[in-house]
Every structure is written in structure tokens, then in C-alpha cells.
Design a protein around this ligand. Structure first.
Ligand code: 13P
Ligand code: SF4
Length: 310
């Protein structure tokens, strides 16, 4: 069944001049059919430069929307439009516009995990891969609004020593759920294994981590480290790429507080299936559409981020 669908996707892709971009958190079989797999920064860069006519975005809605904002003349398809994001949902445009009004002097930095409307209200976007670089590029005396992730924002404040950052109170349901007790138990059982954590995790988790970084940075660290076992505190889809890249190393997923399976999945990312990719390619639907005035304003803040990464 998987093999059959994979063949069908290959055929549809070449006939329609389509490209599949997939995030590391999607299902292994979805990552396997993608032309490009990456973290949210790498996917934004790829979306901006692809020559394909159609982009099938195997990921969550804000990522597909970012691709459409950067490539407005291309058809961007999202296999399941219900694939949302608790972080993006935690920051509504009306509430955010009112919050911004309370701090008229502040520069707005938003994580890409936001809607197009929030990006349109933003001066510069960031991802977890370049958030430190973005904050450090802003003069130290300039007040900053950081949205929407309070954990990433607090981590950035601790890393940069900046007190003039005002944080929006949002969080990711996956990264907030990791169990400190569970991680400490894994550390006791595997004392040589470094703990690798995503900065969307809560502070007590980040305090016991040996390395804090984006999905791509975690992958890179695992490759460079001489350790052979790692405790991985981020969405468990990343284990597929880790095992593929470093087959001689062992990656142990950290457990969430309420867990029967021992790992932590983003339910939204797992909504993307091979069946839905086939249907999207066949029908060229559902298509991501962004109203032009919002799109052009949002593009400014994403391009400001991409300029820093040149
Ligand atoms: P990355 O920026 O590491 O890809 O993370 C995206 C995300 O959704 C984290 O939960
Ligand atoms: Fe959003 Fe969290 Fe899922 Fe990432 S893991 S897409 S931040 S809900």
C-alpha cells in the first residue's frame, strides 16, 4: 500500500511539475516521498527558491501559508487544512494588534509559527534556528515585542540578557508537555546520553538540557557529538531523520507528562498522510490563499529575516 502510493505520488509529481516540502515532524513515509525535508527555516528558504509550478506542503498550515507568501505565483497545496498549530492559534490578530498599541515604540519580532495576519503586524520574523541572531541584530536599547512563544522568548531573554523584551503568552502543546521527572529518570538510566531540547520547552527542562536548539541544530549537534546515545526532547518525528543520518547512534525520545507510548507527537503534523498527498496532487486542492494586502505586508517581515540569513 505504501509502495503503491509512493509510486503514484512520484508519477503525479513529475507530470504536474510539483515539489513536496516536508517538515521533520511529519510521518516517516511522508518524509520519504518529499523532495526536501527540513526545519521551518530551511523550508521557508526552499519555498522561496523552488522552480516548481506546484508546492505541496507536508506540514502545518502556517508553514504552507509562509510558502504562499514567498511564492505568490505558485499553487501551494496543503494536504490537510486542519493541520493547525497551538502556537499560531494562541495569537489572534485583533488581540495582538491591541497589544502592539500598548507598546508603540517596540519592534515586533514574531516566530514563523503565526498566521499571515500576525506576520503582517511584524517587523521581522524568526524561527528557532535564527531567533538569537535576529534578537542580537536589534540595537540593545530598542524595546522588543516577542510573539507568540513564551518559552522561546524567555530562553532568548536569558541568552541575550535583554530585559526590554515583552513576551506574548503563547505556548506549543507538544513542547510544554514534556515530563521533567521522565527526563530525569532517562538521564539516570543513560548517564552518558546528552539531553537535547527544543527552546519551546519550559525552563526547568531547558535547565537540565546539555544542548538547546532548533530541530536542525539538534540534528547537527547529534552528528558532531562523540556521544552514542541521546535523549531527544522535541517532537518525535525528528527521530526518523536522526536514525537515517546516524544509524550507529541511539536516540531516546523524552516522554510527555501523560504518556502511554513514551513519546510526544504533534497531532497536527501527523494529519498529513500519503493518501491526502495523492488527493491533493490529483485534485490540486486544498489550495492555500492569502489576501494580497496581508500577503505583501507579511512578506516584508519574512524577507527581513531571510536577509539576515544570507
Ligand atoms: P523548527 O523551527 O525547529 O522547525 O520548529 C518548528 C516547530 O513547529 C516547533 O514546534
Ligand atoms: Fe505547532 Fe507545536 Fe506542532 Fe510545532 S509541534 S507545529 S509549534 S503545535
Amino acid at each position: 500500500m505504501v509502495a503503491e502510493m509512493t509510486e503514484k505520488i512520484k508519477d503525479l509529481k513529475s507530470r504536474k511539475r510539483a515539489v513536496i516540502l516536508a517538515h521533520y515532524y511529519t510521518r516517516p513515509e511522508v518524509q520519504a516521498v518529499a523532495d526536501f525535508v527540513g526545519d521551518s527555516l530551511a523550508l521557508s528558504i526552499e519555498a522561496a527558491r523552488t522552480q516548481a509550478d506546484i508546492i505541496v506542503f507536508a506540514g502545518v498550515y502556517f508553514m504552507a501559508e509562509t510558502a504562499k507568501i514567498l511564492s505568490p505565483t505558485k499553487k501551494v497545496l496543503i494536504p490537510d487544512p486542519e493541520a493547525g498549530c497551538s502556537l499560531a492559534d494562541s495569537c489572534g490578530a485583533d488581540d495582538f494588534a491591541a497589544f502592539k498599541k500598548q507598546h508603540p515604540e517596540a519592534l515586533v519580532v514574531s516566530y514563523v509559527n503565526t498566521t499571515a495576519e500576525i506576520k503582517a503586524l511584524t517587523d521581522i520574523c524568526c524561527t528557532s534556528s535564527n531567533a538569537l541572531e535576529v534578537i542580537r541584530s536589534i540595537p540593545a536599547d530598542r524595546e522588543i515585542i516577542f510573539a507568540p512563544d513564551r518559552n522561546l522568548g524567555s530562553w532568548l531573554k536569558r541568552q541575550t540578557g535583554r530585559e526590554n523584551m515583552i513576551l506574548w503568552n503563547g505556548a506549543c502543546h507538544v513542547h510544554e508537555e514534556f515530563s521533567l521527572e521522565g527526563i530525569l529518570a532517562l538521564k539516570a538510566a543513560h548517564p552518558e546520553a546528552p539531553v537535547l531540547a527544543h527552546p519551546e520547552c519550559k525552563e526547568p527542562i531547558l535547565m537540565v538540557a546539555d544542548f538547546v536548539g532548533s530541530t536542525a541544530a539538534i540534528l547537527d549537534y547529534a552528528g558532531r557529538s562523540s556521544a552514542t546515545e541521546f535523549i531527544v526532547v522535541t517532537e518525535s518525528g525528528i527521530l526518523h531523520e536522526m536514525n537515517k543520518k546516524y544509524p550507529d547512534k541511539t536516540f531516546i525520545p523524552a516522554p510527555p507528562v501523560d504518556s502511554t507510548c513514551g513519546c510526544n507527537d504533534c497531532a497536527y503534523m501527523k494529519l498529513v498522510t500519503l493518501e491526502k498527498i495523492v488527493a491533493a496532487l490529483e485534485t490540486e486542492r486544498p489550495e492555500v490563499v492569502v489576501e494580497e494586502s496581508v500577503r505583501s505586508a507579511a512578506e516584508r517581515s519574512i524577507r527581513a529575516m531571510l536577509e539576515l540569513n544570507r
